[in-house]
Design a protein around this ligand. Structure first.
Ligand code: NAD
Ligand code: MG
Length: 396
C-alpha cells in the first residue's frame, strides 16, 4: 500500500474541488490525486488532468467525454477518461483510492457518496445535499462499510473540531450546537424588496466565494436549513438540539454548548481550505494556505437572531425533520429545482421559498421505514417533476 493518501476529487472543477487541489498541491509528499471529475467544464478538467495526471477522469455528462479524450490525447496525457454518472461510483469504490472528496453539487452526489461509504473510504463530505437526501440510509452505509466520515462544510467541520475523537462520548457531552450563518447578501434588505432581486445579486455573498447554487442557498438561508438537517445526521442530534444564529463576520464557524454550559467554538478566516486541510490530514494538522486572523483589526464579533420574515426558508428544516420519513429529501429536491429555475431567470427569488414550502406541504414521500437508495432516488425524481410543473405554471 502506498504511504500517500490516494485521493479522488469528485466535482474537481467546482469551488470546493479547486480549493481541494490547491491544498493537495501544498503537500505532494502526502497526497496523490488518483481521480478527478467534472460534469461539463471540459477545459478546466483537461487542464487539471494535465497538471495532476490522475489515473482516471470522469465526465458525468457523457456528451462531453469524447472532447476530453481528444484534448488529452493531443496533449499526450495518459489519464483514462470514464463517462456517465455510474463512473463516479466506480472511482469512489476503487480499491486504489483511500479518500474521496465529495464535492459534486446536489443529490447527484448521493450514489458516489454511498459507494465510498460502503467501501470503507475516508469520505470528505462537502456535498451536503447527499446526506440531506440519504439521511439514515447514508449513515448506515458509513457504519456498515467502516468508512471515516469527515465533514467539510465549515460549520460542521467546526463542530467536529470541537468534539473529541471518540464519538461514543458525544451524546452525553453535548447539550446543543449552534450553527452560525453570515445572513448572506440580504441580511439588511427590506423583506418586501426581496421579490425583485436578480441571480447576480443573490450570488454576491459578502464573506464566502462559492458555487452559484450554494450562493443562492445562502441568500435564502436554505443553505442553513440543509445544514441543520446535515448536522442532525452527522452528530446524531434531535432537531431541537440544533440552533442557528446569524454572525455576519463569518469568523466563528460554529459552536458546541456542552452539558455544563461551557461553549466551545472554532474560529478562523472564512476560507474553505481550512476545513479541507483538516479533512485531508485528520487527525493531524497541515498547512492550508489560508491567512491567519488579524486579531487586533477584528472590530467586533456580533450575533443576531434570524428573522423569520426575511428568512422563512431556514425554518423549513425543523419542519421537514419532524415530518414523515423522506420529507428532507422532498425539501432538497424542491429546492434544487427552484434554485435552478431562479438562476435561469424563470422565477422570482421568493418563489424559491414558496415552491419549497408547497412541496413539503403537498407531497407525501410514501417511503417504507427502511428505504432502499432506488426508492430515495425515485422520490427525488417525483418531487422534481412535480415542482417543475408548479414552476412552469408560475412563468406561464
Ligand atoms: P460548484 O458549482 O462550484 O461545483 C460543483 C461541481 O460538481 C463541479 O465540478 C461540477 O462539474 C460538478 N457537477 C455539477 N453537476 C453535476 C452532476 N449532475 N453530476 C456530477 N457532477 C456535477 O459547487 P461548490 O460550491 O464547489 O459546492 C459543491 C458542494 O459543496 C455543494 O454540495 C455545496 O453545498 C458544498 N459546499 C460548498 C461550499 C463552498 O464554499 N463552495 C461550502 C460548503 C459546502
Ligand atoms: Mg456551510
Amino acid at each position: 500500500m502506498s504511504s500517500k493518501l490516494r485521493l479522488a476529487v469528485l466535482g474537481s472543477t467546482g469551488s470546493i474541488g479547486t480549493s481541494t487541489l490547491d491544498v493537495a498541491a501544498r503537500h505532494p509528499e502526502r497526497i496523490e490525486v488518483r481521480a478527478l471529475s467534472a460534469h461539463s467544464r471540459v477545459d478546466e478538467l483537461v487542464a487539471q488532468c494535465i497538471k495532476w495526471k490522475p489515473r482516471h477522469a470522469v465526465v458525468t455528462d457523457a456528451s462531453h467525454a469524447s472532447e476530453v479524450r481528444r484534448q488529452l490525447k493531443e496533449q499526450g496525457c495518459p489519464t483514462q477518461v470514464l463517462e456517465g454518472p455510474q463512473a463516479l461510483c466506480e472511482v469512489a469504490a476503487d480499491p486504489e483510492v483511500d479518500a474521496v472528496m465529495a464535492a459534486v453539487v446536489g443529490a447527484a452526489g448521493l450514489p458516489s457518496c454511498l459507494a465510498a461509504a460502503r467501501t470503507g473510504k475516508r469520505l470528505l463530505l462537502a456535498n451536503k445535499e447527499a446526506l440531506v437526501v440519504g439521511g439514515a440510509v447514508f449513515m448506515q452505509a458509513v457504519r456498515q462499510g467502516g468508512a471515516t466520515l469527515i465533514p467539510i462544510d465549515s460549520e460542521h467541520s467546526a463542530i467536529f473540531q470541537c468534539l473529541p475523537e471518540d464519538r461514543s462520548t458525544w451524546a452525553r457531552r453535548v447539550d446543543h450546537i449552534i450553527l452560525t450563518a453570515s445572513g448572506g447578501p440580504f441580511r439588511q434588505r427590506d423583506p418586501a424588496s426581496l421579490e425583485a432581486v436578480t441571480p447576480d445579486e443573490a450570488c454576491a455573498h459578502p464573506t464566502w466565494v462559492m458555487g452559484r447554487k450554494i450562493s443562492v442557498d445562502s441568500a435564502t438561508m436554505m443553505n442553513k436549513a440543509l445544514e441543520v438537517i446535515e448536522a442532525r445526521w452527522l452528530f446524531d442530534l434531535e432537531p431541537e438540539r440544533i440552533k442557528a444564529v446569524i454572525h455576519p463576520q463569518s469568523i466563528v464557524h460554529s459552536m458546541v454548548v456542552c452539558r455544563d454550559q461551557s461553549v466551545l467554538a472554532q474560529l478562523g478566516t472564512p476560507d474553505m481550505r481550512v476545513p479541507i486541510a483538516y479533512g485531508l490530514a485528520w487527525p493531524e494538522r497541515i498547512e492550508s494556505g489560508a491567512s491567519g486572523l488579524e486579531w487586533t483589526s477584528l472590530k467586533a464579533l456580533t450575533f443576531e437572531e434570524a428573522d423569520e420574515r426575511r428568512f422563512p426558508g431556514l425554518f423549513l428544516s425543523w419542519h421537514a425533520l419532524k415530518g414523515p420519513l423522506g420529507s428532507t429529501a422532498v425539501l432538497n429536491a424542491a429546492n434544487e429545482v427552484a434554485v435552478e429555475r431562479f438562476l435561469a431567470g424563470r422565477i422570482g427569488f421568493m418563489d424559491i421559498y414558496r415552491l419549497n414550502a408547497r412541496a413539503l406541504e403537498a407531497i407525501d414521500p410514501q417511503l417504507p421505514i427502511s428505504p432502499a437508495v432506488d426508492e430515495l432516488i425515485a422520490l427525488d425524481q417525483r418531487v422534481r417533476a412535480c415542482v417543475g410543473q408548479w414552476a412552469d405554471a408560475l412563468t406561464a
